[in-house]
Design a protein around this ligand. Structure first.
Ligand code: HEC
Length: 197
């Protein structure tokens, strides 16, 4: 009886160990092979850009019967050049930092830093078509305009400080997705200082 008991215990242990090894091997295989292809990379980039809310500011909106939605014909193309900002009634309150205003499409912003416009991140020449990965990484993780060492710091409300610790793998996926988007020709207006509010 005792022998049968030990026999079962050993067999159970062996199966348990076998399953553990199998799971570990599978996890390792997935980690090594991921992402497998450009299509996978782009898909993962889309997932990251979408869930991290980059469209909130970088994509113009259209009004639908359930409220504002992304204008999917020009994803990530920034504040449209042909949409002017309305005059501001109390400029002093904005300059003093008592209020921050934003365009209803959430693509342009006015505050004590002046006026800023969400950038065109599509692969057009007016967007980030000529950027390399290192530029994208520097812009997103160090807040440098155009990802250049000597570039000015990006203006609010670009939340680059949340992204300082992003891994190269995630950044590469995001960059691959942006480069795979339809290019949109849109020269986003240059930011203006507080005196020009
Ligand atoms: C709350 C609004 C907002 C969100 C959310 C946002 N951005 Fe921005 N982003 C901006 C604004 C505004 C600018 C332009 C800043 C400037 O001109 O200095 C900008 C600029 C950039 C630039 C620099 C473009 C250039 O020409 O140098 C990159 C790259 C960028 N954003 C990527 C992203 C990514 C990736 C995400 C999502 C993780 C994101 N942004 C989310 C508002 C936002």
């Amino acid at each position: 009886m005792k022998t049968i008991f030990w026999g079962f215990l050993l067999a159970g242990g062996a199966i348990f160990l076998h399953n553990c090894t199998w799971t570990t091997n599978e996890a390792q295989a997935q980690a090594v092979s991921q992402p497998e292809s450009t299509a996978d990379l782009v898909k993962r980039g889309e997932y990251l850009i979408t869930t991290m809310g980059c469209n909130d500011c970088h994509t113009p909106k259209v009004m639908t019967d359930h409220g504002p939605d992304l204008d999917r014909s020009r994803l990530m193309s920034g504040h449209p050049a042909d949409v002017p900002l309305a005059p501001i009634a109390d400029k002093e309150a904005v300059r003093k930092g008592d209020w921050v205003l934003m365009h209803p499409m959430v693509t342009a912003f006015v505050g004590p830093w002046g006026t800023s416009y969400a950038a065109n991140l599509t692969p057009d020449a007016t967007g980030i078509g000529s950027w390399n990965f290192e530029q994208f990484k520097k812009a997103v993780t160090e807040g440098k305009y155009k990802g250049l060492d000597g570039g000015r710091m990006l203006l609010p409300p670009m939340p680059w400080f949340n992204l300082t610790k992003m891994t190269d793998a995630d950044l590469k996926a995001m960059f691959a997705y942006l480069q795979a988007l339809p290019p949109v020709k849109n020269v986003v207006p240059a930011p203006a200082p507080p005196t020009e509010i």
